[in-house]
Design a protein around this ligand. Structure first.
Ligand SMILES: Nc1ncnc2c1ncn2[C@@H]1O[C@H](COP(=O)(O)OP(=O)(O)OP(=O)(O)O)[C@@H](O)[C@H]1O
Ligand SMILES: [Mg+2]
Length: 151
């Protein structure tokens, strides 16, 4: 499904709806150019989960973990990594949720992943112009909640 995002607030709102409706173990793989709005969307997800800590880009820290919301949020940014380095991170630890508390896993620059989870929500953000974006949401072996489908 494709969603037109008129401004950053619309992208945030989509994230909030996701944050309110996602379940433990759900993975969101975000793709899109620099500045496409991936972090903005994850900020909405954090708000929707009830996280009051500011969600900041993990471009340098690789991963930020927020444990105070309805579910933990694991926010990753693979921009600076090669697929080989990504493989060495054993990211499945996050979506298997055995060694970590099961939560929402949101990964920016998912293009860098050499392998993906069996089920995930793909979100591709594209530029229309300076202020507008388009989100294309593709479920892989999972369903989109009614709340999202009706946006
Ligand atoms: N419709 C929109 N949706 C999201 N962001 C928008 C929109 N319109 C303008 N913007 C602006 O574009 C920028 C998006 O930045 P953001 O950090 O979310 O991108 P990103 O995809 O995470 O980039 P990076 O690849 O560097 O991590 C913000 O400054 C935001 O205010
Ligand atoms: Mg970002």
């Amino acid at each position: 499904m494709k969603i037109f995002l008129a401004d950053a607030a619309a992208t945030r709102k989509l994230g909030i709806a996701l944050g309110q409706s996602l379940n433990a173990g759900n993975v969101i793989l975000l793709q899109g150019d620099l500045g496409a709005g991936k972090t903005t969307l994850v900020q909405g997800i954090g708000f929707g989960l009830g996280i009051s800590d500011p969600i900041v880009s993990p471009t340098f820290t690789l991963i930020n973990e927020y444990m105070e919301g309805r579910l933990p949020l694991y926010h990753l940014d693979l921009y600076r990594l090669e697929p080989k380095q990504v493989a060495a991170l054993n990211l499945e630890t996050y979506w298997e949720g055995v060694e970590v508390t099961p939560g929402i896993v949101a990964i920016e620059w998912a293009e860098r992943m050499p392998y993906k989870p069996d089920s995930y929500l793909g979100v591709r953000l594209t530029y229309a112009d300076e202020a507008t974006r388009q989100a294309e949401i593709t479920p892989h072996n999972c369903t989109i909640s009614e709340e999202i489908a009706s946006i």
